[in-house]
Design a binder for this molecule. Sequence first.
Ligand code: NDP
Length: 438
Amino acid sequence: LRRNAGEPEFHQAMREVFESVSLAVAKHPKYADNSILERICEPERQIIFRVPWVDDNGRTQINRGFRVQFNSALGPYKGGLRFHPSVTLGTIKFLGFEQIFKNSLTGMPIGGGKGGSDFDPKGKSDAEIMRFCQSFMTELAGHIGEYTDVPAGDIGVGQREIGYLFGQYKRITNRYESGVLTGKGLGWGGSLVRTEATGYGTVFFVDEMLKSTGQTFEGKKVIVSGSGNVALFAMEKVAQLGGTVVACSDSNGVVYDRDGLDVELLTHVKNVERGRLSDYAKVRGTQSEYRDGGRVWDVASDTKIEVALPCATQNELGDDDARTLINSGLIAVGEGANMPSTPDAIREFQRAGILFAPGKAANAGGVATSALEMQQNASRDSWSFEYTEERLAKIMRSIHDRCAETADEYGRPGDYVLGANIAGFTRVADAMIALGVI
Ligand code: NDP
């Protein structure tokens, strides 16, 4: 921990993994003998760079760029880029660390990495976004590649940003190397279902947990935090499976529609008009209540909530929120975001016997579909929506089953946190041992 001073989120992520994984290390001495724990929390490489760009007023702006190449025992580094003013090296390290185990759980040949910048895309013009992305890629290009490191999107990085990044990579290298980035547009190497994959996958995982106790989404009331890429498609899939999403949020406020959100309208306001939740509430009229500055989990004080899907950001759901949700009638939680629940909140959920799906398992559908995009790029093929969605559903079922079986094997049935951490860890650790001390 001393070596990573001032990085509380990274400490939190390590602690959570080590709490579970210590059981595997006790059972299998090969992990201790090969110093796997010491090695796995040290990134293979960390790149920090200056990103200079010129704003629309002709002024030079400076941001900081990061790429943490954490672990490549299973394949090329793979993980998103986050553009948000809160980004620090510690943020990227916690995300990169989580990514190692998540990618391992998918069963696909991808290592773990993450990157981003403290650049704030909010309020920037399209031209400013493009100039920033071009400058960011001018440095990053030397460190990535189809066989080396394959970034994707995350908070603040969607298809528009991936387009500008890919354009600059192509220009610098003079190579149309489709497999260097995922999350691309359909006309230039992207895969159907990639945009939907994280949200859909989270709901598929929760559906599997519900089925394991003889339940389904049909008729359930659901609450979602965030209203970005992951949140919107989680809401869409919940509606398709017969559930009702009654509330969601952005960083300014919450919308609560007692009889269910109009997900199609919301997606239009967010993705086509690039509007805010307050704009959705205006168009929706009296059926919608907008709570400026409100907390989304407080909605559970007003109505019964059976499923909660935190899909915004880390540590957004604390122990008070967990108790509010539990008292409301909660059955299941699926983390669409990375590490959205605090350790105290997770303890509350587990103590109350709530089905709890940790992010590294529940939101792995995004990176799994990115790996499917890489497969399509490598074979110069494009698969249909139905086929790709079925592959995603199958991957999520297999991640669910692997977590559940591992929890059973370690005498903690139903503990998906333990199952995900140990199942993710052992696959990477075994590969690290096989590759020697490198
Ligand atoms: P987006 O940028 O599309 O959306 C993020 C949403 O969360 C927005 O509604 C945003 O509100 C809200 N939000 C972000 N930061 C904060 C904050 N500090 N406080 C309150 N609200 C906040 O990102 P994604 O949907 O892509 O990502 C959401 C989460 O899912 C992240 O944890 C990400 O790491 C994780 N994830 C994403 C994957 C993907 O494929 N995109 C894959 C796996 C995990 P506002 O618009 O007001 O900022």
